[in-house]
Design a protein around this ligand. Sequence first.
Ligand code: SF4
Ligand code: SF4
Length: 169
Amino acid sequence: MSTYCIVTDERRCISCKACEVHCKVKNAMPVGIKLGEHFTEGPVPGPNGAPLYRTLYMPCFHCEQPECVDVCPTGAMTKREADGIVHVVADDCIGCGACLEACPWHIPQWNEDGDKAVKCDLCMDRIDAGLKPACVTGCTTHALALVGQDDPRYEEQRKRAPQRVLAER
Ligand code: SF4
Ligand code: SF4
């Protein structure tokens, strides 16, 4: 069962990309790898015809039935029982790349430094310490939020975000 989802409030987001920066710094990722990616689309016609930009910060969806976990031959890609966070156990990753191919949204990335798959784990170490993910904490305008299944934005984001990401990739 997935418990968490990161949602973007488009009315607040100013596309500064601080979310990407805070994610990269926290996870010490090299140039080229984005565990969470920020998309800006537009200008597009708004509800009243005035132009506006659409924005979306997209980390892993932590799917209910993750295809990346299904294809992993060693169990390195795993879903945490307690809260559904999908993460890589680095010591068990043999670098086969199966998860990169299996994810419909190309979320897992290839880290040449160690020849292993890496992906968003919602900063599970921070969550376990009672903190929010680095992208949420670092968001300049408080546009990002970590929400649970009881929040109406949870289902909305999980339904809408995949289509938007696929359209822009
Ligand atoms: S840090 Fe916040 S405001 Fe800046 S681009 Fe990311 S989501 Fe938007
Ligand atoms: S990496 Fe892709 S398939 Fe795996 S949980 Fe995340 S979004 Fe789902």
